[in-house]
Design a binder for this molecule. Structure first.
Ligand code: FAD
Ligand code: FES
Ligand code: FES
Length: 1339
């Protein structure tokens, strides 16, 4: 490159404003540039690896060739700033705001209640906005595709989809709006509704801003001029460690690659970016050929289509879709196979930037495209200094993990995809841990060519991904089939050959060995059936597939159906100004949707602020011999390294009577144990410093990982708990049957979208600290910090504006990190920020307790359960944390809805060398009840009836005592159960399911209805108190502070409603301020589904006091207004400020006597789910879910339904998808959304109905409402049991009846293996003990 032709000036636009950067940093991604440099903090960090969509922005580029503007969504976390030359970036701030005008997308997602904690909302908004820019009237599929790359942990997606759906013409019908079975199209009225009484709606569709394209920012004319007029010159940016070169011509590119053969060509950066970020890869030179036109050319010929290697996967997809419409179907076999894969590859944002050439050259072992390219005889056109050559993409091209046969200096210019020939057929299949946006477990491309007019195979090509270090060919299998007839015998021989050819070591990285191997067979089986059908269509064979057999190749249902949300209208006569009982939008939803809502890491950098990065143990159990920080201190920018020795006060914290080091002192007891922390001027420097801290360890023998190992070594946190009703041992002698079983339930990562975040600011005088923190229990953080620093609590104030999701994970763990951050702030005297990266967060902060549950159950022939003995072993990890409370709650809920006269439970917290587990929504109940329901299921299977019958027989029927002697009336439990069965049409659908199963050999349906009785409040009475502080200002505006933290559950919205009712003023006059320990002291955690109950009463109390105080002025001037009364009160010197207090219920549990009143009341519910399972792959779809919940009189039905749906989907994740995986030496593998799959929009039930039980009152809580945050999570198990029901039907085909073990989560792997198909049966099991599995079997 000649000097005069290159520039180091970068020019792009952000939200209509020009940005010029001289010498941009090649290591800077757009996300940090937006957040730190431009202070546009609406775009969020959720994972940094393209897996969550929180950072979605729209990128627009002018295409000089077509003179059009291309808009696409992209993940800012993977978009190098250096690549933005000529681009216009639009962020959430650029489309609308509350100061000028909110954009309809922002408004509709907010008004449809699609924003809870709001952390995902800007990303959702930008994905949808981009779709609308390209297609203003999208259909439902467009919407779900656009949102497919965005994760939300709170809402359960339904309301987000509903908000977006309002843009779709398909939604202009009452069916599509979820108005039930009756449809305007048929002239029907939905059932149970009279013409005069429209049902209450969650939001009013009439009240929405129209989509107005004139509101959109125009594409900057300067960028068009630049592209049209200015000569393109190459760019060169020199960073601290990297040089970035962006050539504009192919010659230059070739020259560069010749000079720097090891330099990667960065296109979409979706492979190189994560490698640099997560694997520490480093490239001194990066070549970015995104401006080399030749790489983007597309040529269509009669022989096929040639895509420039730089074409994005979205462009490839769109062009192939066009071709499939244009040319005869028989020529498009390969195109359609590619489209099949492209539909599920990554999320939309990934497909928009990832290049076809990059996908090929990345050579992922489980690339979705490579097996299709290879089987489809595609070719690469490659160029280098030596000239051009053509390479056949076949087995010789893929030579190892991430390696191809390309020479280092070669550039892929284009990819040629041929049209298919006569008699040639191709199919592609993939099976992934999640239906969309997940790398496949096994993926395949299969192509066959028959001799004309016959079923004799002329050519056969089969490639797999996911079964080796690279894309592999089943060459021998193909050779054995070629020349033979495509029939049963040939294929049977092929399976045998394939089994021999594609074999995996039992220790294969990624595990799932049996599953992967069985998939190779079952996917071939699917191909076989498709080909048989083809041969029949061509009249080559006489018999088509039977209906039952063809179920193997019918896709699972996918189409979202209208859903219902039914709730009670407010009582007649309630004032229109009284918001209680109405579906009021989350009070911050609009700010969240516009990106204005401030989360902890959005707080601007303080003067002199430092960043803290934790150094954690790499050993599961070892003595610390030495911590050498010298090299770390030498890193420029590193200011200090904090160790336990620096803690001025208490070096440990005490919880449930057990001490836990703040930073490890002498010993580490898990991988991820916090040892010390590096503080530096910025995060990058702190990270570099942290990598250079050297810790010398002396490993301790025999670390304990599993509960079995803990039991063997008696490694427990004490006390163990036991509770018994009746006499279990005696009762076992009197029963007709006894059955013993067990179930394992894996842990669950909280995956709150906002990672642990805090900023600690020393005030500089009188030892005062201000702590801005994202946590559920600011008082605990305050107390812990004070103790750690050895100062009184009155010097520490904790401020929580909002929390981007918590789910129990931001109580204890946040506090301990806050202590460390405070020590750093204390020692350096400077503000310190600590924001964990996703991988650090997942490693350090623990999860839900994995549990091994064992049951012995005694029952009668008529289904009555007479005795049950349950044992729970919870894997607590290396510290006690809240484990002892968790195992108590496990025992208190083991009866669920059933009156088992002789019932015993024992639970124990196992101490292991895994990261310490902690509270998680449900706090042991989801584990406890799964074991109980599994026991019920076993009884049903033993007796050969539906589990629902056994549930009904054993359910509490009249006023009863629980096993801890607490009296309650199960009337509403039974009502929920009955209504759920009725609304879900359980009886007739059960019959349809049985019929479906008879008619379909390879797809099975299953149903399950699950009840819940969930105790609300803390069993330690003192934790149920709450306080509030309410000020009325002279202008009549009201400020409310209370002890609850807003984490998406809508507590601030509900408090605003309470204050509005009590003060008799519109909610608009009331502002809820941050949770602040200086305003309301000694708060209790926002947990146990009790936040609204307690804080609501405290706010009510304060407002009642104030309202009463104003009574004299109201009497003096009955015609006056709120404003005049407030003014008079001030003049008359009546205090306009009051504190409110709520003492809470006197709850307790006496474990000695095994009795107590640990809960204020129960929330009841029932849920019926139906699934369809693909027995050959274990894939499933939740076809329908109906939930009926008794939550008393809801204060805010939209918030409560949001909690119900969100908790259900989180439960669905727990029981069917989410898997934490540890290496044999206790290292957590799953450290981000790429490895750990939470439910995405593709996982929601196709029909998802929620009904709030009518006519329910609750004298024990505010306005007769009930707590709802946690209970419904367990109802996600209805999907687990529905899967188990479907698997049972599949097993019947294999002649297997009776109880069987299906552990949770029921992943496709477990489901498929449990189905026991002829293909899983062929896989030889590896001998236990003869190999080391890739992952531990936890619990
Ligand atoms: C969140 C996420 C989900 C994903 N899901 C899937 C999935 O489901 N299925 C799947 O198959 N893949 C998946 N991927 C992988 C993704 O498809 C690839 O990373 C992508 O296609 C690589 O293209 P790129 O342009 O981003 O490559 P880059 O990261 O820019 O480059 C990758 C490599 O290719 C080389 N390269 C690029 N272009 C050329 C060229 N023209 N000539 C020579 N070498 C070249 C580079 O030197 C570099 O080594 C996923 C990735 C992410 C981040
Ligand atoms: S932060 Fe970019 S995708 Fe998660
Ligand atoms: S609202 Fe989606 S993550 Fe909280």
């Amino acid at each position: 490159m000649s000097e005069n032709k290159e520039t180091n000036c970068l020019c792009f636009y952000v939200n209509g404003k020009k940005v010029t950067e001289n010498n941009a940093d090649p290591e800077t991604m757009l996300l940090s540039y937006l957040r730190e440099r431009l202070r546009l903090t609406g775009t969020k960090y959720g994972c940094g690896g393209g897996g969550c969509g929180a950072c979605t922005v729209m990128v627009s580029r002018y295409q000089p060739g077509t003179k059009t503007i291309l808009h696409y969504s992209a993940n800012a976390c993977l978009l190098p700033v250096c690549q933005l030359q000529g681009a216009a970036v639009t962020t959430v701030e650029g489309i609308g705001n509350t100061k000028t005008r909110v954009h309809p997308v922002q408004e509709r997602i907010a008004k449809a209640h699609g924003s809870q904690c709001g952390f995902c909302t800007p990303g959702m908004v930008m994905s949808m906005y981009t779709l609308l820019r390209n297609k203003p009237q999208p259909n439902m599929e467009d919407i779900t595709v656009a949102l497919g790359g965005n994760l939300c942990r709170c809402t359960g997606y339904r309301p987000i989809v509903d908000g977006c759906k309002t843009f779709s013409p398909e939604s202009n019908c009452c069916q599509a709006n979820g108005n039930g079975a009756g449809c305007c199209l048929n002239g029907d009225l939905p059932p149970e509704r009279s013409e005069n009484e429209p049902p209450p709606q969650l939001f009013d569709q009439e009240d929405l801003l129209p989509l107005d394209p004139t509101q959109d920012l125009i594409f900057p004319p300067e960028l068009i001029l630049m592209a049209e007029m200015e000569p393109q010159v190459s760019q060169l940016f020199r960073g601290e460690r990297m040089v970035w070169v962006s050539p504009v011509s192919l010659e230059e590119l070739i020259q560069l690659k010749t000079s720097h053969p090891q330099a990667p060509l960065v296109m979409g950066n979706t492979n190189i970016g994560p490698d640099i970020k997560f694997k520490g890869a480093w490239h001194p030179i990066i070549i970015s050929p995104t401006r080399v036109q030749e790489l983007f050319e597309v040529t269509k010929t009669p022989q096929g289509v040639c895509f420039g290697a730089g074409c994005s996967l979205s462009v490839v997809k769109a062009l192939l879709e066009g071709l499939v419409q244009e040319i005869p179907e028989e020529k498009t076999e390969i195109y359609r196979s590619l489209l099949q894969q492209l539909g599920n590859l990554g999320g939309q944002q990934i497909r928009n930037v990832a290049s076809i050439g990059g996908n090929i050259v990345s050579a992922y072992p489980n690339s979705d495209l490579n097996p299709v390219f290879a089987a489809g005889n595609c070719t690469l056109n490659v160029v280098s200094k030596r000239g051009r050559r053509e390479i056949l993409l076949n087995k010789d091209f893929f030579v190892g993990f991430g390696k191809t046969s390309l020479k280092p200096d070669e550039i892929v210019l284009s990819v040629f995809i041929p049209v298919s020939r006569q008699g040639e057929f191709m199919r592609a299949f993939r099976q992934a841990p999640r239906k969309e946006n997940a790398l496949a477990t096994v993926t395949t491309g299969m192509r066959v060519m028959f001799i004309e007019g016959s079923s004799v195979v002329k050519e056969l090509s089969i490639y797999y991904g996911g079964v080796g270090p690279c894309t592999v060919s089943a060459t021998k299998t193909c050779a054995a089939v070629i020349g033979r007839k495509w029939d049963e015998q040939t294929l049977s021989d092929a399976y045998t050959q394939l089994l021999d050819e594609i074999s995996l070591s039992p220790s294969h990285p990624g595990g799932q060995v049996e599953f992967r191997r069985s998939l190779t067979l079952s996917l071939l089986f699917k191909f076989n059936l498709q080909m048989l059908h083809k041969l029949w269509e061509m009249n080559v064979i006489q018999e088509d597939l039977s209906e039952g057999v063809s179920s193997a190749i019918r896709p699972l249902p996918k189409q979202l159906q209208p859903s219902l949300q039914e709730f009670q209208a407010v009582v007649k006569g309630q004032s229109g100004d009284d918001p209680v009982g109405r579906p009021i939008m989350h009070r911050s939803a609009i700010s969240q949707a516009t990106g204005e809502a401030v989360y902890c890491d959005d707080i601007p950098k303080m003067d002199g602020e430092l960043h803290l990065v934790l150094v954690t143990s790499t050993r599961p159990h070892a003595k610390i011999l030495d911590i050498d920080i010298s090299e770390a201190l030498r890193v420029p920018g590193v200011v200090d390294v904090i160790t336990s020795k620096d803690i001025p006060g208490k070096k440990f914290r005490t919880f449930t009577g057990i001490d836990e080091d703040i930073l490890a002192q002498n010993e580490v007891s898990c991988v991820g144990h916090m040892v010390c922390a590096v503080v530096a001027d910025n995060r990058k420097q702190a990270k570099r410093g942290a990598a250079l801290v050297k810790i010398a360890y002396e490993d301790q023998p025999g670390p304990v990982f599993t509960v079995e190992e803990a039991i063997e070594k008696q490694s427990f946190f004490l006390p163990q708990r036991m509770i018994e009703r009746g006499n279990v041992d005696e009762a076992f002698d009197k029963v007709d049957h006894i059955y013993e079983g067990e179930i394992r339930l894996g842990g669950q990562e909280h995956f709150y979208m906002e990672t642990q975040s805090m900023v600690v600011v020393p005030s500089g005088e009188e030892r005062e600290l201000k702590v801005y923190i994202s946590c559920q229990h600011p008082t605990y953080a305050q107390e812990s910090i004070a103790e750690t620093l050895g100062i009184p609590s009155n010097r520490v104030s904790c401020h929580v504006k909002r929390v981007g999701g918590a789910f129990g994970g931001k109580v204890t763990k946040t506090s301990i990190i806050a202590c460390i951050t405070s020590v750093a702030a204390w020692k350096t005297g400077r503000a310190v920020r600590c924001v964990l990266e996703r991988g650090e967060d997942m490693l350090i902060t623990g999860a839900r307790h994995p549990v091994l549950g064992k049951h012995k159950v005694g029952f009668m022939n008529d289904g009555r359960i007479i005795a049950a003995d349950l044992h729970y072993y919870a894997n607590s990890g290396n510290t006690a944390d809240e484990s002892l409370l968790v195992i108590e709650k496990i025992l208190l809920h083991l009866d669920n809805a059933y009156k088992v006269p002789n019932l015993r439970g024992r639970s124990v917290a196992c101490k292991t060398n895994l990261p310490s587990n902690t509270a998680f929504r449900g706090f042991g109940v989801p584990q406890s009840m799964l074991v109980t329901e599994n026991m019920i299921n076993d009884v049903a299977m033993k007796l050969g009836c539906n589990a629902e019958e056994i549930r009904e027989i054993n359910m509490y029927k009249e006023v009863s005592l629980t096993h801890y002697k607490f009296e309650f009336d199960p009337k509403n439990l039974l009502r929920c159960w009955d209504e759920c069965k009725e609304k879900s049409d359980y009886g007739s659908r059960r019959k349809s399911v049985a019929q479906f199963n008879q008619q379909n050999r390879w797809k099975k349906r299953g149903m399950a209805t699950i009840p819940i009785k969930y105790g609300i409040a803390f069993s330690d009475g003192f934790l149920n108190q709450a306080a509030s502080l309410v000020h009325i200002y002279k202008d009549g505006s009201v400020l409310v502070s209370h002890g609850g933290t807003e984490m998406g559950q809508g507590i601030h919205t509900k408090m605003q409603q309470v204050a509005s009712r009590e003060l008799h003023i519109p909610a608009s006059l009331i502002h809820i301020t941050e949770t602040n320990t200086s305003a309301v002291p000694n708060t209790c955690p926002s947990a146990a589904s009790f936040g609204t109950d307690a804080n609501g009463m405290a706010v009510k109390d304060a407002c009642e006091i104030l309202y009463q105080r104003l009574e004299p002025v109201r009497k003096q001037n009955p015609e006056g207004t709120w404003q005049t009364w407030v003014t008079s009160a001030f003049i008359q010197r009546i205090s306009l400020s009051a504190t409110g207090y709520y003492r809470g219920h006197d709850l307790y549990m006496d474990w000695e006597k095994q009795e107590g009143q640990p809960y204020a009341y129960f929330t009841y519910g029932a849920c019926c789910s139906e699934v369809e399972v693909d027995c050959l792959t274990g894939d499933y779809r939740t076809v329908r879910t109906d939930i009926v919940m008794d939550i008393g009189r809801s204060i805010n039905p939209s918030v409560d339904i949001g909690q119900i749906e969100g908790a259900f989907i989180q439960g669905l994740g727990l029981y069917t998808m989410e898997e934490l995986k540890f290496s044999p030496s206790g290292v957590l593998y799953t450290r981000g959304p790429s490895q750990y799959k939470i439910p995405a929009v593709c996982d929601i039930p196709l029909q998802f109905n929620v009904y709030l039980l009518s006519g329910s009152d609750n004298p024990h809580a505010i306005y007769s409402s009930k707590g709802i945050g946690e209970p419904v999570l367990f109802l996600g198990s209805s999907v687990f049991f529905a899967i188990k029901d479907a698997v049972a039907a599949a097993r019947v085909e294999a002649g297997m009846v009776g109880p069987f073990t299906l552990n949770s989560p029921a992943t496709p792997e477990r489901t498929c293996l449990a189905c026991n198909t002829p293909f899983t049966q062929k896989i030889p099991a590896s001998k236990q003990g003869s190999f080391q599995p890739w992952a531990l079997s936890i619990p």
